[in-house]
Write a protein that binds this ligand. Structure first.
Ligand code: F6P
Length: 361
């Protein structure tokens, strides 16, 4: 029987299981089997896998996370191996190709973000891996696709948090600051701020001035609005233009962890307005939970498209959402880097039109 393989790498997000299920079902309809490697490319190197038949994929659609596990530290071409009691780096790319061949796998579907795509491209070049990539991240910052699955669910979760902060802000006449994920892009903060009726939204793409933010909050107070809610993207720069780094992470594609800017924003607001201010960092709650219907749909469409491309032997592509349709984009033409919020884009303009403050300098 012919076989495909699938893996998920990088940070998890709601909808990965829906992709896995869609690939498995698409393959099953045509009489193909699917093998799932555990923990990203680590499983492909170590030949650690499970079969993904109808039994194993039953009930996967609403489940958050990834049943395959994930990891963003493993690049087969720079793989940590223990030798004589110490860890050395080895190029084990060929081992991935050999494992696939031994398992009789025709091609691999890799679900991941920019880091996973870069590793997959390397394997295509080095050992002729037959692969298809499925983009994912809650951050919605990949330039190759109009929207990533996981984003809608993250915005839902964050909007729910903002709604809750609103009621307590109002009761206590406080300022509530909510710090959200998004890496170097402000998409989650912008969409959450708009959906949850924030008074101020701070994002990495717009330089801000604490005096402008304080003025907005004091103006509201003067009009009898005794509370304010402020959304801050984790990648937002300090007023001096510096990046707040929570910690450095050795051995990871993502060398730093962002976070902590919310605290600084809260302190500056309290200092400049004299209004009691509290800060909430929502953190990984944004990555968890059951995918929204929109994300289930998008993940299913991407999984079906990836499965069909693989069954047709059309490897070397990324499946992407473009103007409402799912398209195959050759991996060597996929734009890399980050898709950031345009300060003059339609969402920012809509927010400005209803009086949301971005703290512009
Ligand atoms: O890229 C997704 C994301 O959740 C970012 O929004 C965040 O900065 C990062 O991952 C957190 O990574 P980790 O789970 O490794 O702390």
């Amino acid at each position: 029987m012919s076989r495909l393989a699938i893996l998920s790498a990088g940070g998890d997000c709601p909808g990965i299981n829906a992709v896995i299920r869609a690939v498995a079902k698409t393959a099953d309809q045509r009489g193909w089997e699917v093998v799932g490697f555990r923990n990203g490319y680590r499983g492909a190197v170590e030949n650690d896998f499970l079969m993904l038949g109808p039994e194993e994929t039953a009930g996967l659609l609403p489940r958050g996370g990834t049943v395959l596990g994930t990891d963003n530290r493993y690049d087969p071409s720079d793989f940590p191996v223990e030798e004589d009691g110490r860890v050395v780096r080895r190029d084990l790319s060929q081992q991935v190709a050999d494992n696939l061949q031994r398992l009789d796998v025709q091609g691999l579907i890799a679900i991941g973000g920019d880091g996973t795509m870069a590793v997959t491209r390397k394997l295509i070049e080095k050992v002729g891996l037959k692969a298809i990539c499925v983009p994912k991240t809650i951050d919605n910052d990949l330039p190759s696709t109009d929207q990533t699955f996981g984003f809608d669910t993250a915005v839902r979760t964050a909007t729910d948090a903002l709604d809750k902060l609103h009621t307590t802000a109002e009761s206590h006449h406080r300022v509530m600051v909510l710090e959200l994920m998004g890496r170097y892009a402000g998409w989650i903060a912008l969409y959450t701020g708009l959906s949850g009726g924030a008074d101020v939204i701070l994002i990495p793409e717009i330089r801000w001035d604490p005096d402008v933010v304080a003025r907005k909050i004091l103006e509201r107070r003067a009009r009898g609005r005794l509370f304010s809610v402020v959304v801050v993207a984790e990648g937002t720069l300090t007023p001096e233009g510096e990046r707040v780094v929570q910690r450095r992470v050795p051995d990871s594609h993502e060398q730093i962890r962002l976070g902590g800017i919310g605290q600084l924003v809260g302190e500056l607001i309290e200092e400049k307005t004299g209004i009691e201010t509290r800060v909430t960092i929502l953190g990984h709650i944004q990555r968890g939970g059951s995918p929204s219907p929109y994300d289930r749909m998008l993940a299913t469409r991407l999984g079906v498209a990836a499965g069909e491309l693989a069954l047709e032997g059309r490897y070397g592509n990324l499946v992407a959402l473009r103007q409402g349709t799912i398209q195959a984009v050759p991996l060597d033409q996929v734009e890399t880097g980050i898709r950031t919020v345009r300060p003059d884009g339609p969402e920012v303009e809509a927010a400005r039109a209803i009086g949301i403050c971005f703290g512009d300098r």
